[in-house]
Design a protein around this ligand. Structure first.
Ligand SMILES: Cc1ncc(COP(=O)(O)O)c(C=O)c1O
Length: 565
C-alpha cells in the first residue's frame, strides 16, 4: 500500500510556502524534488568521502570508487541491465542523446540513410539526430501521431517498411503530453527491419518499471533529476556489441588505457565513454534515489499518479473552453491543456500567485506543438508526493481562471495570422507621459498588486490594432505572440522613436507597455543605453519574467534596439 502523506515527509521542500500559499508543485516533468535520503547521500560524500574516483592511491579515493561503482550496479539493476559495465554515466539525457547521435551516428549512418523519430520527441532526442542526418547526408523522418495524439503505429510500421531506417529514436513517454508509447512493440517492429533502437526514458523512469531486456531496445537513457536524484547526472544504457563498436566521443582522462604521442589505446566499457572526472556526488545521489524508489510499491505509485490525472482530466473536460490533449491515452500523470481565450503564460502567472507551480509553453517539443497547430500548453505533471487535495486545488483554480476569462469584457484575442489589409487603421502610439505614469504606479505598488496592474493593461487604449498582427511585425523569441510597430519622428534634425505593441498574453502586454515607458519618444542613443534587466529588478518586476537573457522581454528590447541603431 502506498502512503502519500508518509512519503511527503521525505521531501522537505513540500512544506514550503510560495507567494504566501502552501506550495502545490505540479512541475515534476521539468524536475522532481529530492527526498532526504538523496540529500543525505550527497552531503555524506562531501563530509566523509570526498575524493576523486578510479585513480586513488589512498583510502578515501578507494572508498569513493567503491561507492561510485556500487552506484553503477544499483542503476544497472534498476533498469534490468545484465551487466553494470553497460551503464554509462552522463551529465543527463541530453548528453546521452548527443553521445549516441555522434558516436552511434558515426558507426551506422551513411548518406541516403534514414533516421526515424516521433513527432512527440523532446528536442533533446530530436535535434542531435537531425544534426547527424545533416552531417551525414541522411534523412530524418518523423512518425506522425493519431488524432488522439498517440503514436501512429500503422504509420510507424509503414515507414519502417518503406525506408528501412538505420536508427529509430523514440521517447518512452512524451514530456509534453504524458502519453506512454508502446516501446516494446516499437522495438520489436524495428528489429524486423534491422533498425537500431534508442529509447529516451527521461519521463518514464520516475513512473514506470523499466526493464531494458523486456523492452528489447538497443539503448535507453534518462536524467537523474527527473527521478528524485540531483541534477547533472544521467544514465545511458546500451548493448555491449554496439557500445564496443562505437567510436569514442569525448576524449581525455579516464577513457584511455595507454597514451603516446602518436597513438591512444582506449579504455574498456563503460570508461571508454566517461572522459574526465564524473559528477561523483550526483551519481551517489542518483543511486540513493533509485534505491528509494525501489523501496516503494511502484505499481501503487503509478496507480496513485494516474488517479490524480484522471481526476483532473475528468473534472476539466466538462468545460468546452478547456482542451485537454491526449485525454484518453495511457499516461504517466501529465495533464496538458489549453483554455480558450486565456494565454497559457497568463494562466501560469495567475496560478503561481496561489503557490501552484506548472509549466507552460512548447515544452521543448516545438514540432509537436506545430503538428497540433498550437504555440504551447499549460502542463501539470504529477509525482508520487502529490495529493488529491493538490489536484482539487489545481482544478478549482483552473475553473476560476476560466470563469474570470469568460466574464472579462475584453477576452484576450486568439492568435491571428492575418495579412496586412489594404487600408490599415491609424496607429495610436501610446503617450510617453502616460507610460511613465504606468511605470511610476508599478514602482509604487505593493508586490502583490503589480500583477493585477500589469494584467489590466490588456485594456490599454493604445494597443497596436489587430490588422497589424502579422508575421512582418511579430517579434521572434517570445513565448507569446508579440507584435511591434516603430515610428520615426524627425524634430530639428534629430530622430525620435515611438512604438506601439500588442500581445496575445496579458502579462506580456503589460510588460511590453511598461518597457515602452523607458523608450517612447527617445533618441537612438537613449534607447541603446536602456538596460531591461536593471529596470526589471529596480521595479520588482523580475519575478514575472524568466531571468534568462532569452526571455520575451529581452527579445522586444533587442528588436527595438536593432531597429533604432
Ligand atoms: C522526454 C525528455 N527527453 C529529454 C529531456 C532532456 O533532459 P535533460 O535536460 O535533463 O538533459 C527531457 C527534459 O525535459 C525530457 O522530458
Amino acid at each position: 500500500m502506498f502512503d502519500v502523506s508518509r512519503t511527503r515527509r521525505d521531501f522537505p521542500i513540500l512544506s514550503s510556502r510560495v507567494n504566501g500559499k502552501p506550495l502545490v508543485y505540479l512541475d515534476n516533468a521539468a524536475t522532481t524534488h529530492k527526498p532526504r535520503v538523496v540529500m543525505d547521500s550527497v552531503a555524506r560524500f562531501y563530509k566523509l568521502q570526498n575524493s576523486n574516483v578510479h585513480r586513488g592511491s589512498h583510502t578515501l579515493s578507494n572508498v569513493a570508487t567503491t561507492e561510485f561503482e556500487n552506484a553503477r550496479k544499483i542503476a544497472a539493476s534498476f533498469i534490468g541491465s545484465p551487466d553494470p559495465a553497460h551503464v554509462i554515466w552522463t551529465k543527463g539525457a541530453t548528453e546521452a542523446a548527443n553521445l549516441l547521435a555522434y558516436s552511434l551516428g558515426d558507426l551506422l549512418i551513411k548518406p541516403e540513410d534514414v533516421i526515424l523519430v516521433s513527432t512527440m520527441e523532446h528536442h533533446a532526442n530530436l535535434v542531435p539526430w537531425q544534426q547527424t542526418a545533416l552531417r551525414k547526408g541522411a534523412t530524418l523522418i518523423p512518425v506522425p501521431l493519431t488524432d488522439e495524439q498517440t503514436l501512429d503505429i500503422s504509420a510507424y510500421e509503414s515507414l519502417l517498411k518503406k525506408h528501412r531506417p538505420k536508427i529509430v529514436a523514440l521517447t518512452h513517454v512524451s514530456n509534453a503530453l504524458g502519453v506512454i508509447n508502446p516501446v516494446e512493440q516499437c522495438c520489436h517492429l524495428a528489429k524486423q527491419y534491422h533498425a537500431t533502437t534508442v529509447i529516451d526514458g527521461s519521463q518514464a523512469i520516475a513512473h514506470l518499471s523499466v526493464d531494458v531486456k523486456q523492452l528489447g531496445c538497443d539503448f535507453y537513457f534518462f536524467s537523474g533529476h527527473k527521478c528524485y536524484a540531483p541534477g547533472g547526472v544521467g544514465v545511458l544504457w546500451g548493448k555491449e556489441d554496439l557500445l564496443k563498436a562505437m567510436p569514442v566521443w569525448q576524449c581525455g582522462g579516464e577513457m584511455i588505457k595507454h597514451v603516446s604521442f602518436d597513438h591512444t589505446e582506449f579504455n574498456d566499457l563503460p570508461f571508454k565513454f566517461e572522459a574526465g572526472t564524473p559528477p561523483i556526488a550526483s551519481v551517489l545521489g542518483l543511486a540513493a534515489a533509485l534505491e528509494y524508489l525501489s523501496t516503494l510499491d511502484r505499481q501503487a505509485v503509478q496507480a496513485h499518479e494516474s488517479a490524480l490525472r484522471r481526476f483532473v482530466v475528468d473534472s476539466l473536460q466538462q468545460y468546452s473552453a478547456i482542451k485537454v490533449y491526449a485525454p484518453f491515452a495511457e499516461n504517466v500523470g501529465i495533464v496538458s491543456l489549453s483554455i480558450s481565450g486565456l494565454h497559457h503564460q497568463d494562466a501560469a502567472f495567475l496560478l503561481d500567485e496561489h503557490g501552484i507551480a506548472v509549466r507552460t509553453g512548447h515544452h521543448c517539443a516545438m514540432p509537436l506543438m506545430e503538428s497540433l497547430s498550437i504555440q504551447g500548453t499549460l502542463r501539470a505533471s504529477f509525482a508520487l508526493y502529490n495529493t488529491r487535495e493538490e489536484a482539487e486545488t489545481f482544478v478549482a483554480h483552473i475553473i476560476d481562471l476560466l470563469s474570470s476569462t469568460m466574464a472579462s469584457n475584453q477576452p484576450i484575442k486568439p492568435n491571428s495570422d492575418q495579412t496586412i489589409e489594404a487600408t490599415l487603421p491609424a496607429i495610436s502610439f501610446p503617450d510617453a507621459n502616460k507610460l511613465v505614469e504606468l511605470d511610476q504606479r508599478l514602482a509604487a505598488e505593493a508586490q502583490q498588486n503589480k500583477l493585477a496592474l500589469l494584467l489590466s493593461q490588456a485594456d490599454h487604449p493604445s494597443l497596436l490594432p489587430q490588422s497589424y498582427h502579422c508575421d512582418q511585425n511579430r517579434i521572434s523569441g517570445c513565448e507569446s505572440d508579440v507584435w511591434l510597430v516603430c515610428q520615426k519622428l524627425e524634430v530639428n534634425g534629430q530622430l525620435f522613436f515611438n512604438f506601439a505593441v500588442n500581445s496575445n498574453a496579458k502579462i506580456m502586454q503589460g510588460l511590453s507597455l511598461w518597457v515602452l515607458s523607458f523608450l517612447q519618444g527617445k533618441t537612438a542613443s537613449e534607447i541603446q543605453r536602456f538596460d531591461v534587466t536593471e529596470a526589471l529588478y529596480s521595479r520588482g518586476l523580475h519575478r514575472f519574467i524568466s531571468p534568462s537573457r532569452t526571455n520575451g522581454l529581452h527579445a522586444i528590447v533587442e528588436t527595438i534596439k536593432a531597429y533604432t541603431c
